[in-house]
Design a protein around this ligand. Sequence first.
Ligand code: CUA
Length: 164
Amino acid sequence: MEMLAEKLEKGYVWLSILVLVAFFAAIIYASVVLAVVVPGDSGQIVPKRGETLFAAVSRTKPFDQPGVHQTGPNSYDVVVLGQAWMFNPAAIELPVGAEVTFWGTSIDIDHGLYIPGTTVNIMLLPGQIGKQRYRFSRPGQYRIICHEYCGMLHHQMTGTLTVK
Ligand code: CUA
């Protein structure tokens, strides 16, 4: 007959395996289902000696021209700068079916770019280039919100994205 200690030990082994599985499931869920993008190998903008981050971002493609740029028959680059406490541009318009590549960075502190109702969810970190694709298949009005606490007017850091 099994000793109580052995039973408990088996229980804890299974528990630790379960915790590991839950961890990996959470990571896979975040990266695949929620499509969370952490700063990756998309690039980094490093100011030269004596240069401000804003100046460095402003001379670096595609951030030298924030806004919507058509790149193909149905594809668009949307270039967004985060800053305290606004998005540049604050209003974005796209046609239905647009295949969008979002490019984002911050010119000052940590911000976020989140569009509820979509999988667009990018960290905007100073000088770090964030990139994510999304297809807008239905017309509608979306809100763009900063979902990274960035100070006094964080709650007012919003924008709009209109698909028509
Ligand atoms: Cu920007 Cu919160």
